[in-house]
Design a binder for this molecule. Structure first.
Ligand SMILES: [Zn+2]
Ligand SMILES: [Zn+2]
Length: 254
């Protein structure tokens, strides 16, 4: 299982503690500050900052679990949460207990102040981008996060391509036509292909030595059709540049 960061657990606590009680239903709604109706969307608000290499669906499951684990420890929780066989709350993990103790006496405003920097409330604007991203991730097998021999996590460039707001910016800047071959999904597939393109991070992440750096959507990202994107990442450890890919396309045409 992915290690859950302190920030991740803080968000889990926030969602567990400050869900809105529904008088007519026995299940709480997401905190009203988040302005979403569905829990999935509440989780997605924190996806970009806290995904830690997880796919969207894995992230949602993991954050739901983190939230569940706090439920039975919170007196006003509308949900019972996880009880052990003896009907007592399951003890929290060490990290979760630290987060719990830090936050339990804080108000909603105070906890929000802590976690706000991990949030992106524009999540509704990215609805289609999330859907495309989930579909891509479900089919993605070659270029995902892996481990080195020492067990240290390598985040491949695809993790940058997971950022919904960065994707959104890339599409606004570079448009919806493949930078390598010119393919446009809507022209070919009609309405079904409208708005679809894949986003590729130009700089191989290994050169950044795993450091978190700001992605500049204008210079660091390209938009590619699904075919060209797979070709760029076809061989493990090699990422073709746009120029190299274009040269291959030209060769095969002539
Ligand atoms: Zn292409
Ligand atoms: Zn890529």
């Amino acid at each position: 299982m992915e290690k859950r960061s302190k920030e991740f657990l803080e968000v889990g606590f926030y969602l567990s503690k400050f869900g809105e009680i529904n008088k007519n239903e026995n299940y709480p709604s997401p905190p009203s500050r988040l302005k979403v109706d569905k829990w999935n969307n509440a989780y997605r608000i924190f996806y970009e900052k806290l995904n830690g290499g997880r796919t969207v669906l894995a992230f949602e499951r993991s954050l739901k679990n983190a939230r569940d684990a706090f439920d039975s420890h919170l007196p006003n929780s509308q949900r019972i949460g996880w009880l052990a066989d003896n009907k007592k709350p399951n003890p929290l993990g060490k990290e979760s207990q630290i987060v719990f103790d830090n936050l339990i006496n804080k108000s909603e405003d105070q906890v929000w102040e802590i976690i706000e920097k991990y949030s992106d409330l524009k999540v509704k604007e990215y609805k289609q981008i999330f859907e495309d991203l989930i579909a891509i991730q479900e089919n993605e097998s070659e270029y995902k996060t892996g481990k080195t021999e020492g067990g240290k996590k390598i985040v491949t460039s695809s993790s940058y391509e997971r950022n919904p707001s960065v994707r959104n910016d890339a599409i606004k800047i570079h448009g919806l036509k493949c930078s390598a071959c010119g393919f446009n999904f809507q022209n070919f597939y009609g309405d079904w292909g409208k708005g679809f393109i894949e986003v590729h991070h130009i700089q191989p992440l290994s050169e950044n030595k795993g450091k978190e750096i700001e992605t500049n959507p204008k210079t660091d990202l390209e938009v590619l059709c699904a075919n060209c994107h797979r070709m760029v990442h076809r061989k493990k450890g090699i990422t073709l540049s746009l120029q190299e890919l274009k040269e291959k396309i030209n060769k095969s045409i002539s």
